[in-house]
Write a protein that binds this ligand. Structure first.
Ligand code: PGA
Length: 245
């Protein structure tokens, strides 16, 4: 269960939240817990998650290791600060910051080069769904984002299916709609990487909350959740980690 905090929480808020999360989930052994704090809180959060079952990731990276790229953050820096994961290609990055399948592909490759596990976000817009282009969009995203990866690399990353129309809108895909796309993603994977299709983890994201989490997680091709809004409050995130209403 992954919490994407987006542009929220100061260092103190992040530290307090992580302390509380650690206390309330120290008995959870069957769910991988992952949080994505903002860059500025990563160092402090890393100090709190030592000796816990919580892992940490960054929300973005640049596609080079170092150099004259003012304002960007290197994958090496992310690794150095204690992250094991990185979100790549979140729809907000695609929408507001010009991220494309091509830049996502570059970022996946460099993340893997330094040993970070990418969580690669894909998903259709409302227009694409209405125009019956959901599957075309998803197939194109999988192919272009993962272009040039070996089967081993494609197996070790995590895919997050996030219908753009469901992010931060309170509209969730029904469990059936989500399952349909998740199983399609595995089909596309099967065509390219064969056995990797059964091994990759595919998370669902888009208005996941304590009321819909268990239905979604019960679907056979949904392996976890990527949660924005409901990951910011302890009460709801704890329920999500434990799949409770
Ligand atoms: P949301 O965000 O849960 O607030 O819809 C999900 C995401 O953007 O990863």
């Amino acid at each position: 269960m992954a919490g994407n905090w987006k542009m929220n929480k100061t260092i103190l808020e992040a530290t307090n939240f992580t302390k509380a999360l650690k206390n309330s989930t120290n008995d959870v052994t069957d769910v991988d817990i992952l949080i994505f704090p903002p860059f500025t809180a990563l160092y402090a959060v890393n100090n709190e998650i030592k000796n816990s079952n919580i892992n940490m990731g960054a929300q973005n990276i640049f596609w080079e290791l170092k150099g004259a790229f003012t304002g960007e953050i290197s994958p090496l820096m992310i690794k150095d600060i204690g992250c094991s994961y990185v979100l790549i290609g979140h729809s907000e990055r695609r929408q507001y910051f010009g991220e494309t399948n091509e830049t996502v592909n570059k970022k996946i490759k460099i993340a893997m080069e330094v040993g970070l596990i990418p969580i690669v976000c894909i998903g259709e817009t409302l227009k694409e769904r209405k125009d019956n282009n959901t599957f075309n969009t998803i197939e194109k995203q999988v192919k272009e984002c993962l272009m040039g990866l070996s089967t081993e690399q494609a197996t070790s990353l995590v895919v997050a299916y996030e219908p753009v129309w469901a992010i931060g809108t309170g509209k969730t895909a029904t469990p059936e709609q989500a399952q349909e796309v998740h199983s399609f993603i595995r089909k596309v994977y099967k065509k390219i990487y064969n056995s990797a299709a059964d091994k990759i983890r595919i998370l669902y994201g888009g208005s996941v909350n304590p009321n819909n989490v268990s239905e979604l997680m019960n679907q056979s091709d949904i392996d976890g959740g990527l949660v924005g809004g409901a990951s910011l409050e302890m009460e709801s995130f704890e329920k999500l980690v434990k799949y409770l209403k």
